[in-house]
Write a protein that binds this ligand. Sequence first.
Ligand code: AMP
Length: 166
Amino acid sequence: MRLIILGPPGAGKGTQAQRLVERYSIPQLSTGEMLRVAVATGTEIGREVKAIMDRGELVPDDVVNHMVSDRIDQEDCRRGFILDGFPRTVAQAEVLTAMLEQKGVKLDAVIELKVDQAALIERMEKRVADTLAAGGTVRSDDNRETFARRLDEYRRKTAPHREIAR
Ligand code: AMP
């Protein structure tokens, strides 16, 4: 099973992907999570993207395209995968199409999650409250100002082109 989950920040892509991971025993490929790990571990990519992510902007297409291509080649993706947070631009969608063709694999479905804006902000604030209550570390881009920027990036760069992924 090869799936893409699309949707604005806070829509629940990660939550739904986790359910599918359990159900189908295939990995969740979250570009946001891969980038957060790169930032946390201080890799070259991490140092390149930290400021961009902290502003709530999209990182360069090349960076995520390579990450996804390398990840899909790993053994655990042979039976399938769930792409969460990729593609987010037309260039990424085009690279993904070419990449899958070259690797000889086909997508089974693209799932789009739609949630209204007020609910998205509430969910982000709940995620922050839950994380703090559990003694965890809040994502540096989960605050009102950066979240607004992330929503705006989705509205401008991803949402108008959603049909390309279908
Ligand atoms: P997410 O965890 O999906 O909300 O992503 C967190 C942040 O990582 C985004 O605000 C972007 O800065 C970056 N990011 C994740 N996926 C992508 C992508 N496909 N293209 C560009 N930037 C991305």
